[in-house]
Ligand binder design. Structure first.
Ligand code: B12
Length: 410
């Protein structure tokens, strides 16, 4: 069992026990670690990178009454070519084989993709994208208007090409209209890695949301948008189109760390400019920050905490640096430090534990600064006063108290 397969045996054994259907995995983790994700005997195949076209081919294989293990073992010498690109699977004799990568879906073909089959989901369970700050009654649904990102941040796990591929404004509007008018969305979350790469496209989408009166349904950016490409005009257009909150990946308050460790291609002044522009147009903000990046010291982590307080977003999210396999940061840590996260389980959300140590960066320091970041950001008198005045604070008190207890005290 590979070191990053912690949650897989239990989950896949359960899937296998529920029916005779093939067990297939996909997504960022299996794409990065395909062979380790073939947990024998539970997992039949991993679909690497984008799943749509591969999935269709697999379904047609099953419809012919064939199974994955019937597929010929791909070999450069063999004249029989495996017809299904982009999979890693168990062959009949139990060995693990991989077919060649499948090329990414061309940008021009993204528009032809059908809308997600939301009718197959128990949609009533999908409410409130950001429950600690909003009180949304009704359905929250996501939309993906573009794929990928042209930037190369070292912590980012990308399963596609380092290229940005966008849907047209027409296609985005068609799905948005359908989400609001036919699916009854009360809130929409934009999932894009980088929504605002093409300024004209953003302005176009926003104008059309206004023109079609779709702007009464609030939407938020779940992932960060690029601060260097967010000015008053763009944020103002988003606000008029119904966007209530924009997230920004700030990562660090120390320019040297941002440049040499994260390769963020962003200056602290650009970040300040974006937050100021957001404030001017009345858009709420989320700031994503990372504590314990390779090469950090207590001082650089203090810079990040101070910068978060200076920017003062509605939500500040501090993550402990996590070097996911396949990222440049993973290679940095492997070369210069010790990985502490032994199983994939140790990478989970908000766990509060350092994932690695480096000379000068002990786990104890990172864990202490991470707690301190939350304490210093959320317990500022100005912040406490503002929080107390929000209605949602009182509605959500039991949940918030539980979270605070876990973060600050435990
Ligand atoms: C939305 C989101 C969240 C939301 C999740 C909300 C929800 N309930 O869905 C929130 C904010 C909670 C979140 C949290 C976290 N996230 Co997140 N998140 C995303 C984000 C922005 C979008 C995911 C998405 O829906 N994409 C759209 C779909 C269409 O793409 P997709 O999932 O990749 O699926 C395609 C293929 O992968 C494949 N596929 C996927 N599944 C399957 C299954 C099968 C059977 C098949 C055949 C194919 C297949 O086909 C799909 C179509 O092509 C991605 C980045 C991104 N743009 O993908 C990060 C991302 C998934 N998150 C990431 C991370 C690191 C986290 C956190 C650990 C952050 C943190 N430090 O706390 C937590 C973990 C939470 C948890 N407990 O699991 C990483 C994962 C890295 C990795 N190697 O696993 C990503 C990739 C960001 C990044 N670039 O680094 N996240």
């Amino acid at each position: 069992m590979g070191p990053f397969s912690g949650w897989l045996p239990g989950g896949t054994a359960l899937a296998r026990s529920l029916s005779d259907a093939p067990v297939l995995l996909g997504g960022p983790h299996p794409t990065t670690l395909p062979e380790e994700s073939i947990v024998k005997p539970f997992v039949d195949a991993v679909v690497r990178s984008e799943g749509e076209a591969t999935w269709l081919e697999l379904l047609s294989l099953f419809e012919q009454g064939r199974s994955i293990s019937d597929l010929p073992i791909p070999s450069s010498e063999s004249h029989i070519q495996n017809p299904i690109a982009g999979i890693t699977y168990q062959t009949e004799d139990g060995t693990v084989a991989s077919t060649p990568d499948r090329p990414p879906i061309p940008a021009g073909d993204l528009d032809a993709m059908p809308h997600p089959a939301w009718h197959l989901f128990k949609l009533e369970r999908y409410t409130n994208l950001q429950p600690t700050v909003d009180q949304v009654d009704g359905l929250s649904l996501p939309i993906l208007t573009s794929r990928g990102c042209p930037y190369r941040c070292t912590y980012c796990s990308q399963i596609g090409p380092r290229r940005w591929r966008a849907r047209s404004a027409d296609s985005v509007l068609a799905e948005w209209r359908w989400l609001v008018q036919e699916q009854g969305a009360a809130e929409i979350g934009v999932l894009d890695d980088s929504f605002n790469i093409d300024r004209k496209r953003v302005l176009d989408i926003c104008q059309r949301l206004v023109d079609e009166s779709l702007n009464h349904v609030p939407w938020i950016m779940i992932n960060g948008i690029r601060a260097n490409l967010a000015d008053e005009e763009v944020l103002g257009a988003m606000k008029r189109a119904g966007c209530i909150r924009a997230a920004f990946g700030v990562e660090s308050g120390n320019q040297a760390i941002l440049d040499s460790v994260v390769d963020k291609q962003l200056t602290l002044d650009q970040v300040r400019g974006a937050f100021k522009a957001a404030q001017t147009v009345g858009m709420e903000t989320i700031g994503f920050f990372i504590i314990g990046l390779p090469g950090e010291t207590e001082e650089t982590m203090d810079d990040t905490i101070r910068f978060a307080c200076e920017l003062d977003p509605v939500v500040a999210n501090f993550s402990i640096a996590t070097p996911f396999p396949g990222t440049q940061m993973y290679e940095m840590v492997k070369a210069q430090g010790d990985m502490l996260a032994e199983t994939w389980d140790n990478f989970v959300f908000f766990e509060g534990k350092a994932r690695f140590e480096m000379p000068g960066l002990p786990a104890e320091l990172v864990e202490r600064k991470w707690k301190e970041a939350y304490r210093r950001f959320y317990l500022r008198p100005k912040r406490v006063a503002r929080t107390l005045m929000r209605k949602e604070t009182w509605l959500r008190l039991p949940r918030t108290a539980r979270m605070a207890w876990r973060t600050v005290v435990e």
